[in-house]
Design a protein around this ligand. Structure first.
Ligand SMILES: Cc1cc2nc3c(=O)[nH]c(=O)nc-3n(C[C@H](O)[C@H](O)[C@H](O)COP(=O)(O)O)c2cc1C
Length: 203
């Protein structure tokens, strides 16, 4: 890890209220990498533990932790890819088979599972919190110097694939965040005209 990340502060500890210009610089230039171009090395075990800890530091109405992580790496990831490939082939679906490249190629992936709880907090807000976890995980991996990409693809939505992944009840895949080393600098993509998407409520 190039930069030592502070340990988890104890409950109730006073936290800094200082500007973080490096974070602003990062956000101004952050960019996902192509999942198909993510090579070894990916985050090691200690880095992955840090990434998940940072990913989980998100707004979470009601403190429900309505999400969980499934780490995809090594033999486990290969087996998952094999089972999904068998599923796609059994349906004669070549497009789905080809899409599995994004799962097979990157050295490390994390499935962020939205796992809504029975609570007074609307499910919508619990889903949004899972999306925030994906964003945090993606950005933490990029800030650590890895290439990373948030994808979903068919195996996030397919009932049999969801069963293979071990989802239950109302659980859904919020995203697969794939990580690895990107050998080429990503190019800026088209960005929205924020002014055109912004209005001011004036009654
Ligand atoms: C919820 C969600 C699901 C996505 N699923 C896919 C996908 O299945 N395949 C894909 O190529 N890109 C997918 N993307 C888009 C990629 O993450 C894309 O690389 C990203 O929008 C690049 O933007 P950035 O460079 O600003 O991070 C998804 C994005 C989001 C937010």
């Amino acid at each position: 890890m190039t930069h030592p990340v502070p340990p988890a502060p104890p409950f109730g500890a006073p936290l800094p209220l200082t500007p973080a210009p490096a974070v602003l610089d990062f956000l101004a230039l952050r960019r996902s990498a192509s999942a198909m171009k993510l090579a070894e090395p990916g985050p090691n075990a200690a880095e992955l533990e840090t990434l998940l800890r940072l990913a989980a530091r998100v707004p979470d109405h009601g403190k429900l932790s309505p999400w969980r992580f499934v780490i995809l790496e090594g033999e486990g990831k290969a087996q998952l890819a094999g089972r999904l490939e068998a599923l796609a082939r059994s349906r004669g679906d070549q497009v789905a088979t080809a899409k599995l490249g994004k799962l097979k190629i990157p050295p490390v992936g994390v499935a962020v599972i939205s796992s809504p709880k029975e609570a007074s907090i609307p499910e919508w807000e619990q889903l949004l919190s899972a999306g925030a976890v994906c964003t945090n995980l993606l950005n933490a991996a990029l800030a650590m110097g890895y290439g990373a990409n948030w994808i979903t693809d068919w195996y996030a939505y397919d009932a049999e694939a969801m069963q293979i992944l071990g989802l239950s009840g109302r659980e859904r895949v919020a995203g697969f965040v794939f990580m690895g080393t990107s050998s080429e600098a990503p190019l800026e993509r088209e960005r929205p005209n924020v002014a055109a998407l912004t209005s001011r409520w004036e009654g």
